[in-house]
Design a binder for this molecule. Structure first.
Ligand SMILES: Cc1cc2nc3c(=O)[nH]c(=O)nc-3n(C[C@H](O)[C@H](O)[C@H](O)COP(=O)(O)OP(=O)(O)OC[C@H]3O[C@@H](n4cnc5c(N)ncnc54)[C@H](O)[C@@H]3O)c2cc1C
Length: 506
């Protein structure tokens, strides 16, 4: 309101060269990027009481049997295949000695409502169609064709699960488990690009991180290279409510009445935060930017943790994944993962189940007891009621309701273009955007957030050092229906070919 705005301006704003909004992967990487280019006059503003953002952990388990578990990001996705480049998150995981294990998705047992039932051959059938889906995505890209849904692409490739629960579960394991959306709500072209640039460039490996310090030890370690303890440049527990931007500077207003006058700002808030209008912009965002924000999707991915008495583990400890095909609802508690197995948290008795999208919204809006009852009923169907004791601990996060995230990570709907995405990325005067969702090729991944934070910081540091205005990033007021081949370039965030194959030789 105008009244509260006046009270904001009563106390003078802090002054800084660059305001970094958010202390997640992108924000901390941006601060590091500025530091590396000798720009040390910055202020990082963070909603939470600690840094890390969507890389967040907690302590879970019964008294004297508790472990660190990850609520958000859990895997380094794509490591390295020499002579190809390393995923920067993999390099950081090595630098900070993060405890991790290769996740073996072939270590899989499948179940129906009446117990164990081997339908693993369906996964092979899906993957067969998937190679056609990939080739078609390549044609869409190179021939400047209209993108379509992954559902349509899979159908054309001969994969038609119809209402078969086992086929749906197999498909969920391969698609929804990664994108947090079903194939009908995912772009064929960009879904494939997203997969290939990560897993075919770096490596096909997903390494599961289970470090007692938490996965975000790599972000905290990075921050400690340029921030002192209690560094006045890090404002924790500070909620940004308004961002006023222009060609000459950015003023950031916080809920506690404080404000920051900056020459530049980097907004790393999630797509969910931008979509939910919890931060207002002044002037109102132009329509090209509003379209960019509205077009992309914020998915939700919910991990539900259960701990059983470690001496009463009822699943096969040498298996990593247990896939359940519900006879009625697609995606109903579909994938259970064991942490009590070789190379993981042996002796922990911990199992967790993941849901996404509509099933996440359902679970996150109901109470713990309701969810626990549902999960236990599924486990007793799978493993036999007599074998499954009551859990001794139970917990899950509610990502779709977190006011600083409003979801887990972004996804591209069918039929969009690099131009539309560039509108999500592009700066508004001296206000820049970075984060997982602004990454064209690695959206949804930690390394996407890393590269975007680094790139924007580099751009801003160069303008500051040169003392000239930044030329700014490209935006599109008039959009084409497809992306012409010539637009797959750095100006649209296209930094690496999606046809690389280092990882394929791994
Ligand atoms: C459940 C889940 C599983 C995932 N699994 C993986 C995985 O296995 N591998 C992988 O690579 N990636 C995974 N991801 C994605 C990964 O976590 C993100 O891509 C990455 O952490 C995003 O970093 P970011 O800096 O873009 O955003 P964030 O980490 O969200 O950082 C933005 C920061 O801004 C702050 N903020 C928001 N609003 C305000 C405000 N109003 N005022 C002040 N501060 C504010 C937030 O608190 C946050 O710290 C997962 C994410 C989730 C949630």
């Amino acid at each position: 309101s105008p009244l509260s705005r006046r009270s904001y301006t009563a106390t003078p704003c802090k002054k800084t060269s660059v305001a970094i909004l958010g202390a997640g992967t992108a924000g901390i990487t941006a601060a590091q990027g500025l530091t590396n280019k000798s720009v040390t006059d910055f202020i990082i503003v963070e909603y939470n009481g600690d840094i890390g953002g969507r890389v967040a952990h907690t302590t879970f388990g019964a008294h004297n049997q508790s472990y660190t578990v990850e609520l958000g990001a859990n895997w380094v996705q794509g490591t390295v295949t020499p002579p190809g480049p390393s995923n920067p998150i993999w390099s950081l995981a090595l630098l900070y000695n993060l405890r991790n294990t290769y996740s073996n998705y072939s270590s899989l047992e499948t179940f129906k409502q009446n117990g164990a039932n081997d339908f693993t051959d369906l996964t092979a059938q899906y993957l067969n169609a998937y190679s056609t889906l990939e080739q078609d995505a390549g044609y869409i890209l190179t021939e400047n064709l209209q993108d379509r849904s992954t559902r349509a692409g899979l159908s054309l490739a001969g994969w038609k699960p119809h209402k078969n629960p086992e086929a749906q579960a197999s498909e969920w394991f391969q698609w929804d488990f990664e994108y947090a959306y079903p194939p009908e709500q995912s772009s064929q072209e960009f879904g494939i690009i997203n997969y290939n640039t990560t897993f075919y460039q770096y490596s096909p490996a997903n390494n599961y991180v289970f470090d007692p310090r938490g996965f975000n030890a790599f972000i905290k370690g990075t921050a400690a290279t340029f921030l002192t303890p209690n560094d006045p440049r890090l404002l924790l527990n500070t909620i940004v409510t308004n961002v006023s931007y222009s060609e000459t500077g950015v003023t950031v207003y916080n809920q506690d009445g404080s404000c920051i006058d900056a020459d530049y700002a980097i907004c790393t808030f999630s797509l969910g935060v931008l979509q939910n209008d919890v931060v207002t912009f002044d002037p109102e965002l132009p329509s090209w930017k509003q379209m960019g924000i509205a077009t992309f999707q914020m998915g939700t991915y919910t991990k539900i943790f259960l701990q059983f008495p470690p001496d009463q583990v009822f699943w096969n400890k040498s298996t990593q994944f247990f896939l359940y095909a519900d006879p009625v609802e697609r995606g109903y508690y579909p994938v259970f993962q064991s942490l009590d197995g070789p190379g993981f948290l042996e002796g922990s008795g911990i199992l967790f189940v993941t849901v996404v999208d509509q099933q996440s919204y359902q679970v996150e809006s109901q109470d713990d007891e309701t969810t626990k009852t549902q999960v236990m009923a599924v486990l007793r169907h799978m493993f036999g009621a007599a074998n499954v004791p009551d859990p001794i601990a139970f917990m899950y996060p509610r990502w779709s309701l977190e006011p600083w995230a409003f979801g887990s990570y972004s996804n591209w709907p069918p039929g969009t273009t690099l131009e539309m995405h560039q509108n999500l990325r592009a700066n508004l005067g001296r206000l820049y955007f970075a984060g997982e969702a602004t990454s064209t090729e690695y959206y949804g991944f930690l390394h996407g957030a890393f590269f975007e934070g680094q790139a924007v910081a580099g751009e801003i540091a160069d303008c500051i050092t040169r003392g000239t205005n930044c030329s700014g990033e490209y935006n599109y007021r008039e959009l084409h229906g497809t992306t012409p081949l010539s637009e797959y370039n750095a100006a649209n965030g296209w930094d690496v070919s999606s046809f690389l194959t280092y990882g394929l030789s791994a």
